[in-house]
Design a protein around this ligand. Sequence first.
Ligand code: NAP
Length: 293
Amino acid sequence: MEEIVKTPGIRAIDSRTVMYGVFGDPIGHSKSPLMLNRAFEAAGINAAYAAFHIRPGTLKDAVAGIRALGYRGVNVTIPYKVEVMEYLDEIDEGARAIGAVNTIVNENGTLKGYNTDGIGYVRSLKDETGVKLNGAKVLLLGAGGAARGIVYALAKEGAARITIANRTAEKAVELAADMSAYAATEGIGTAGLDSRQLTAADIVINTTAAGMSPKVDELPMDTELLHGGILASDLVYNPRITRFLREAEAKGARIHGGLGMFIHQGAYAFEYWTGRPAPVEAMREIVERSLAE
Ligand code: NAP
């Protein structure tokens, strides 16, 4: 207890403190406690946010614990974003379409699940680049969990066309079919990419794990195909500037890194829980400082 109270950025916990947390496995690397505790402090809210290592087979009990202990909100991360949906009372429309929940709000014992990953990404992209998404043509690399949220959020912003390219082509085709109710989508294998798709695209987004530390030399596509008229965006934020973004920049492209998505998915969760605007700059500052250490 003494250690918690002494940790910079966390105020004293008392009998009125509202409790929050994140469920995942593993969880020891998570920057969410640092970021959300800083957010509560900056906003002057008496709340605390902890990381919970949820072992396989215990998620149902952990979710029941949110109700029993009166936690106001919980984030959910890998590998539980899909399974957790079984244990909630309500699922927001977007989270249902995406098929994953990363934020739970406890409304007097009723647990509602949301997904803030895709909308967090879109807010970061718009804030940091000023790009207009309505009518945009997007080439999205990858077809995993993060891709699903982003395709849905881009569709809601009015993207004119979303081409999904994945190493495993079948997964791209499947995701394109799942999202075809929301936007014009197509799925292809990354190996089949050529200059036509790149010439047609306004934005290319890497949602794959390629390039993430320690495999920093991996690329999600043949970067020779990139050109100066494109905006290149990467979800990976460790390293802050990936090889993909460096090579895109060398071709004259504008670039956008993944840290803002992490900040804004947390900012949306904060807003759902508290009904107040998130102190985004304070959140960004503490995460940047921690990544630089
Ligand atoms: P996931 O569900 O496991 O999906 C991984 C995707 O990456 C699949 O499409 C996979 O292709 C592809 N992939 C993996 N390694 C690859 C490689 N070496 N070359 C080409 N493609 C590769 O993972 P996820 O949850 O979607 O996360 C994907 C990435 O986004 C991770 O790097 C994660 O850190 C990042 N992310 C960032 C944020 C943020 O806040 N900035 C949030 C969420 C995720 P196959 O289908 O062919 O295997």
